[in-house]
Design a protein around this ligand. Sequence first.
Ligand code: HEM
Length: 482
Amino acid sequence: MKKSKLTTDQGVPITDNQNSLTIGNRGPVLLQDVQFIEKMAHFDRERIPERVVHAKGTGAHGYFQVYKSMALYTKAKFLQDPAKKTPIFIRFSTVTGGRGSADTVRDPRGFAVKFYTEDGNYDLVGNNLPVFFIRDAIKFPDMVHAFKGAPDSNMPSSASSHDSFWDFISLTPESTHMITWLFSDRGTPRSYRMQEGFGVNTYVWVNLRGKAIYVKYHWKPKLGVRTLDRHEATRLAGTDPDFLTRDLHDAIAKGGKVEYELKVQLMNIADELKQDFDPLDPTKTWPENKFPLMPVGKMILDRNPDNFFTEVEQAAFCPASLVPGIEFSADKLLQGRTFSYADTQRHRLGANYLQLTVNKPLAPVDNNQRDGAMQTRHFSGPVNYEPNTLSGGMPAEAAEEGKPHTYKLEGEVVKQKIKLTNDFAQAGERYRTLGKNDQEHMVDNLVADLTPISRQIQKRVIENLTTADAQLGRLVAKGLKL
Ligand code: HEM
């Protein structure tokens, strides 16, 4: 082991790290003990705000590789060359619990991938379930308030079985489809290595000719999908609250390669109004028989972080981090997400959070943004504006091919729900596509969660479940003795 000397943060040698500086050996302590003050003041600031959602998580490094060029559909450079490996960082998480909560509670799981591409960073910030609870971002703060601990008691710290969760859900019919995923055993995955991932929102791919097409993302685990049942998940939450974190860490530490395949569904934009659902509605899936899954490439996770704080806690993913060739759709949930993430990260990590190692693009960064708290870059010269001649017009705007595609939009300025909501059909279909055992588990999971909930809320939940599927509603009502 290399010899090293203990110093203060100023690099001054420390000769005694056991005793504070006192008058006599019984105290009091002197204010001039700058070594003590620096050490304690630093310790006092070791925690940063936890993520407002997805606070408990774990990460891994790896790479992504396409099977063949996607040039027909997108000009995104990292999706062109099968010989190229694009480095990635992934963070898996639960959603509702705080930083120290258990891994195996019923909850969606975050599945966030950062691709360090030659055109800058691309983040695909998804979940392990294909749909979401709501379709308009303006409801997100209400939803999260209802899901997390109540403002008076702070309970529960991570679980859905409480009145406010079910109160909100029962008043939000579009959440019924998500409930049929969350309350199947998919809500308690056996391993981060054995769960699917979904982009959930609809994005737009654009090729070099400017042709745009809607795209939805799916990650398929090489090991297949495996889940825990309610009893096992509950037991593990007590005996090993870090069960999923440990599973991923140990698999990679043993030299295992964790693999997922990326697939996409594509839809011609001209066909968007021809469906029995709105393709920009994130509470809906696209039927796979009509929009088949097309394999795109593979992602391999092969390296654990060696510093949790700098790599995992400081990681900042954002659905607005897109690269040329990938664009936003008008999906109202996605539009709201594009603001929220970087906004929390400026608060959680600070103005220059994109300079932190895990967030810093491998692609060169050059612009006239300067200064700010914790600036680490050293700029020289008199020019920090554009256009300029004093530094030869540099940095100059990039080539035309990076430009987003142009399109027309017209309509009235309104605050209105989408017309085609069709909130129960896919929820019912989801229940009916499950095998008998999985259906029984869903009913059992729902009954267990709803048992302590007030009668009035239970009734509203049953109404929604019944509209989705009469049998599902009847069996849950029976389980609740309603
Ligand atoms: C309007 C809807 C939504 C809003 C406003 C929202 C907002 C947020 C915010 C503020 C964070 C914390 C970011 C940070 O501090 O670094 C976050 C984390 C996250 N969100 Fe969302 N979210 C929404 C919907 C979704 C959906 C639909 C998905 C999945 C498709 C999703 C997946 C994630 C993931 C995976 C993380 C954790 C990222 C990480 O590992 O650091 N969110 N979200």
